[in-house]
Design a protein around this ligand. Structure first.
Ligand code: AMP
Length: 190
């Protein structure tokens, strides 16, 4: 099962992905986590992307596609992946389809966490204080939200046309959202 958790920044994708990892043994592939690890390690890649993450812009398709490609064998051994924060552009979505197809696999389900903008702002304002993420501040968040609306939201019709998209209300508690995700997963397996 290859699952994409889709939604704007601060929609709760990371929280739900981590829960699925601990409850269902799935592997989480978060390009944001991979990029932050590269920055923390001081690698060449980390140095190249640090300023981009800080601003809230997207890094190049080439970089994130290579990061994901490296991790696909591991995900395959675990029976599939939860893609969290990837793909974020049409080019990334197409590359993912091609990489999986080459391996005899595919995207099985895309779960969109729907959260309205006001709730998003409230969530992120709470996170600014405690997160320690350099891109959790009003300026960077604005850029991240714009990147989502301009470059990532256009993926919705792409996955809708492939009949892979399921929408889940992301406004409830963590437990309520978890339950809705589990229902969507169960329905897709039925
Ligand atoms: P996230 O943790 O998913 O919110 O990602 C944090 C930041 O990493 C984003 O604001 C981007 O700068 C970068 N990033 C993560 N995933 C991608 C992606 N798939 N494409 C481009 N940039 C990404």
């Amino acid at each position: 099962m290859n699952l994409i958790l889709f939604g704007p920044p601060a929609a709760g994708k990371g929280t739900q992905a981590k829960r699925l990892v601990s409850e269902k043994g799935m592997v989480q592939l978060s390009t944001g986590d991979m990029l932050r690890a590269a920055i923390a390690s001081g690698s060449e890649l980390g140095k190249r992307v640090e300023g981009i993450l800080q601003r809230g812009d997207l890094v190049s398709d080439e970089i994130v596609i290579a990061l994901i490609e490296d991790r696909l064998p591991e995900a395959e051994r675990a029976g599939g992946a939860i893609f969290d924060g990837f793909p974020r552009t049409i080019a990334q979505a197409k590359a993912l389809d091609e990489m999986l197809e080459k391996r005899g696999s595919r995207v099985d389900l895309v779960i969109r966490l729907k959260v309205d903008d006001a709730a998003l702002m409230e969530r992120i304002a709470g996170r600014f204080a405690e997160s320690g993420r350099p891109d959790d501040n009003p300026e960077s968040f604005k850029v991240r939200l714009a990147a989502y609306n301009e470059q990532t939201a256009p993926l919705l019709p792409y996955y809708e046309s492939h009949e892979k998209l399921v929408e889940v209300d992301g406004m409830g508690t963590v437990e309520q959202v978890a339950q809705a995700i589990d229902q969507a997963l169960a329905a897709s397996r039925a």
